[in-house]
Design a protein around this ligand. Structure first.
Ligand code: CMP
Length: 140
C-alpha cells in the first residue's frame, strides 16, 4: 500500500480536556507518523472556510462556532494508507456508533463535539493539508 498523508485536527472539546498527547499516542501506536503539527485558534470565518462543503447543513453554524471556541491542533499524519488508517483510529463520526478503542469511542462527547477530524480521501487530504500548512512545514 502506498505511503500517504492525511490532515488531522484535534478539536476544541479535546484540547480543552488536555487530551492532545493521549490522542497522538493512539495515532502513533497505529503506525501513523506526525510529520507536521501546530496549535492554532481559528476564527469562526476560518472554520467556515475549512468546512465550506457543509455550508448548507443545518449544523453548520454550530460546527463553526464550536471549532472557534478554543484552540485546535492541526497535524499531518503520514503512513501506509494513512487516510483510511486514520479514519479507523478515529472511529465513526457519531461516538455512539464508534468501535471500542477508537479516539471517538474513548473521548468524543457527541456527534458535534467529536474530538477529531480526518480527511475522507487522498484528494481532500491534499486540499486540507494545503489549507493549513506550507510545504516547508511538512517534515517527514
Ligand atoms: P468532521 O469529521 O470534522 O466533519 C464534519 C463535522 O460536522 C463532523 O466531523 C461533526 O463534528 C459535524 N457534524 C456532523 N453531523 C453533525 C450533526 N448532525 N450535528 C452536529 N454536528 C455534526
Amino acid at each position: 500500500m502506498a505511503v500517504e498523508r492525511t490532515l488531522s485536527i484535534i478539536k476544541p472539546d479535546a484540547t480543552e480536556r488536555n487530551l492532545t498527547g493521549k490522542i497522538n499516542t493512539l495515532f502513533e501506536d497505529a503506525g501513523l507518523r506526525i510529520v507536521a503539527q501546530k496549535r492554532i485558534h481559528l476564527s469562526p470565518a476560518q472554520a467556515g472556510k475549512f468546512y465550506e462543503v457543509h455550508a448548507e447543513r443545518p449544523f453548520f453554524g454550530e460546527l463553526t462556532e464550536f471549532m472557534a471556541r478554543s484552540p485546535v491542533v492541526v497535524q499531518v499524519l503520514e503512513g501506509e494508507g494513512a487516510v483510511a488508517k486514520n479514519r479507523e483510529v478515529m472511529g465513526a463520526t457519531n461516538p455512539a456508533e464508534a468501535d471500542e478503542g477508537t479516539v471517538r469511542k474513548s473521548f468524543a462527547q457527541s456527534i458535534g463535539e467529536n474530538s477529531v477530524h480526518g480527511s475522507d480521501s487522498a484528494e481532500n487530504a491534499a486540499i486540507e493539508i494545503a489549507f493549513f500548512f506550507s510545504g516547508l512545514e511538512l517534515v517527514g
